[in-house]
Ligand binder design. Sequence first.
Ligand SMILES: C[S@@+](CC[C@H](N)C(=O)[O-])C[C@H]1O[C@@H](n2cnc3c(N)ncnc32)[C@H](O)[C@@H]1O
Length: 220
Amino acid sequence: MSGGWAQVYDALAPTYDEMTTGNGWSANRRARGLLAPLGLVPARVLDLGAGTGQTAVMLHELFPAAALTLVDPSPGMLERARAMMSDAGVSGAEVVAADAASFLRADDRQWDLVAAIGFLELVPDLFEVLGLAATRLAPGGHLVVSHEPLLDDGSVQAAPVSVVSGDQRVRRHPREDVERGAASYGLERVASDDGVAFERSEGGGPAVNELVVWRAAVDR
Ligand SMILES: C[S@@+](CC[C@H](N)C(=O)[O-])C[C@H]1O[C@@H](n2cnc3c(N)ncnc32)[C@H](O)[C@@H]1O
């Protein structure tokens, strides 16, 4: 279930890339900065919450030989992603309309790299998605994510749940809980970065995201 976010992003799709240019969306640039020094050569890359393809383009630029699968519950965002893939010269990318948890439950392929950028605060259960993604990593595979950690700063980000509208919620967890969850799924942290992901609209202040790369054990 995408918790109603698919319709929100369908409506946002035509202006999403312009909006993220304007609000300084930094997660993909920062994910690239974490992944590049690791020297990975992934053959199969899964991009969950792919949106209009910004994450997938970054992954293709880093790993041009990798086969890419893009997953997102918003058909409008995926339509844009297909166009962005074509403009970027990415051929043969697989595009699947599904929410992350449903896809990971139904598809038992293994991936050398899984990306979950920009949506873990939107899902009903971040830990479910992390746990499922961990089970789909090939031995020694990597998971790169962003999430909006719960802060103790009196800002909007100090609330564990923000109601956006209807059944759309933004959910936040302490960094330590996310790390504890990842460790319990057999993941080892290899890189991370904390910083402003974007400026919220209407004076909502900076949205802080933690970017993390975890590695699955080789002998799992
Ligand atoms: C902020 S955008 C991020 C898109 C892209 N990764 C980027 O960095 O530009 C969030 C995306 O997550 C998708 N999304 C919402 N709920 C989701 C879920 N449960 N599973 C997977 N994707 C979801 C939305 O449709 C939207 O395309």
